[in-house]
Ligand binder design. Structure first.
Ligand SMILES: Nc1ncnc2c1ncn2[C@@H]1O[C@H](COP(=O)(O)OP(=O)(O)OP(=O)(O)O)[C@@H](O)[C@H]1O
Length: 445
């Protein structure tokens, strides 16, 4: 079991993770979701002792990672598949990791077989494709036959066969009673792989629930209704009848109608009363992707200027109609409807301290509203600019806490923990060369 309590991480005046509390339980695949820059990798690094929390704590089996007895045998992780000595063969890379952790050499050949790299085991990893590198990273994670596994974007670069393999591997590991914590941006994949979800946005917990609960909490079921294509006036007539009866009707690109707010038998009765024939009346549930997009729209930091989904954040003014479909562009700004209990408004990120700490929105997701420390302020009220966090992306194999910061920590911030252990004690492979200094400008690296 992984347990985070009030986990907060600041880099200078950039708050990457704020007051995060959750549990990742054994026997299930727990998906870790969030938009780019929401703090997933930072959280994983803190779990693995590669970064020190500014405040709060995270433990594995009751211990902070660095105090865990025989950690490499208990915890395996894939954070950055590229963090490999490119001049070493896959086998030698794994052998060196095994030797550091007292793992017998035969286990290296076992895991090479498990990930399907046995035929290229003696090839230098610098020639590996993205997918082969991912497989090597997964092999390293499995080396100690650990009970707890963390994977940051494990299917990145894998072909469909590889994705299916990873999916089955995660499920099999969980079925053996292991704790499997996996981050991904591929919602369709998470829907098939994960049992449970932890969703964060701008470093804060948005949801901690099963996949099914997440979909139902963030999107209402809807009915798809189709009238004869040859008689467009019937569609108009039905739209009027359904709207007058309290339904919410949205046109789909192919001419069907999406209806919410009315049960299927009532839609059928209303169509009958209006003398409208139906070609289709079917129940639908939104996909995980739709539910995820709806929940996280307010927490997206990096968005294209031509992204039509930006409109999702603005509630429609009274009487206004949602955008109509655009040929070839699908349903602009339209995702599954919000759950009824939210008053028909899309989810928005809490912005004031009151909202953040137990306001209606935060409370709607139960575990999201964790009590703040006395005097604590939302780091999202006066927001630092994105440029604050541009210096480094992705996991780094050494703790970042020594990085110079732009601003001193708040007076209430506890002192940083003692100097962490050497990087080779970390479960991810260490790169051959010195890691890039996150504070250094990119063109200087
Ligand atoms: N070492 C660091 N120094 C300064 N800022 C950092 C550092 N590491 C991460 N950040 C910032 O913290 C925020 C969270 O980053 P993180 O990499 O954890 O997000 P993420 O959810 O993993 O993103 P992605 O999905 O794009 O991988 C970002 O704004 C990032 O720029």
């Amino acid at each position: 079991m992984i347990e985070a309590a009030g986990l907060t991480k600041r880099y200078g005046n950039k708050t990457a993770v704020y007051n995060l509390s959750f549990r990742v339980r054994p026997g299930a695949v727990t998906g870790f979701l969030g938009p780019n820059g929401s703090g997933k990798s930072t959280t994983m690094r803190m779990i693995l002792g590669l970064d020190n929390p500014t405040s709060g704590s995270v433990t594995i089996g009751g211990y902070p990672y660095r105090k865990l007895p025989n950690a490499p045998r208990q915890v395996g992780a894939l954070l950055d598949a590229k963090a490999v000595h490119g001049g070493r063969s896959a086998r030698n890379h794994l052998l060196s990791l095994a030797q550091l952790s007292g793992i017998p050499a035969r286990r290296v050949d076992e895991v090479l077989g498990v990930v399907g790299l046995q035929d290229v085991a003696r090839k230098r990893s610098m020639g590996f494709s993205l997918g082969m590198g991912q497989r090597l990273g997964i092999a390293a994670a499995l080396l100690g036959d650990p009970q707890v596994l963390l994977f940051d974007e494990p299917v990145n670069g894998l072909d469909p066969e590889g994705i299916l393999w990873v999916r089955n591997l995660m499920k099999a590991l969980a079925a053996e009673g292991r704790t499997v914590f996996v981050s991904s941006h591929l919602m369709s994949e998470m829907a098939l792989t994960a049992d449970h979800l932890i969703v964060i946005g701008r470093g804060q917990l948005l949801a901690d629930m099963s996949v099914q609960e997440f979909i139902s909490a963030n999107s209402a079921d809807f009915a798809r209704v189709r009238t004869p294509d040859t008689e467009p006036h019937l569609r108009e007539k039905l739209t009027t009848a359904l709207t007058e009866a309290g339904g919410h009707v949205l046109p789909e690109q192919d001419g069907a109608l999406r209806v919410t707010g009315l049960p299927l038998p009532r839609i059928s009765d209303l169509a009958h009363e209006a003398d409208v024939r139906l070609w289709e009346l079917s129940p639908h549930q939104a996909s995980l992707e739709e539910a995820y997009m709806r929940m996280t729209q307010g927490a997206v930091d990096y968005r294209s200027t031509i992204d039509q989904k930006a409109g999702l954040q603005q509630p429609l003014p009274p009487g206004a109609q949602p955008p109509v479909p655009v040929a070839g562009q699908g349903q602009p700004g339209w995702y599954a409807p919000p759950p009824p209990q939210q008053g028909g408004q899309p989810f928005t990120m809490p912005t004031t301290p009151a909202e953040l700490h137990g306001g209606a929105q935060a409370g709607a997701y139960g575990t999201a509203a964790t009590a703040p420390a006395p005097g604590a302020q939302s780091p999202y009220a006066p927001q630092p600019t994105q440029a604050d966090g541009q210096a480094s992306h992705g996991p780094a194999p050494v703790p970042q806490d020594q990085a110079p910061t732009a601003a001193p920590p708040a007076p209430s911030t506890p002192p940083a923990p003692a100097t962490p252990p050497a990087p080779q004690q970390a479960p991810t492979p260490a790169p051959a060369s010195a890691p890039a200094d996150p504070t250094e400008p990119e063109d200087a690296r």
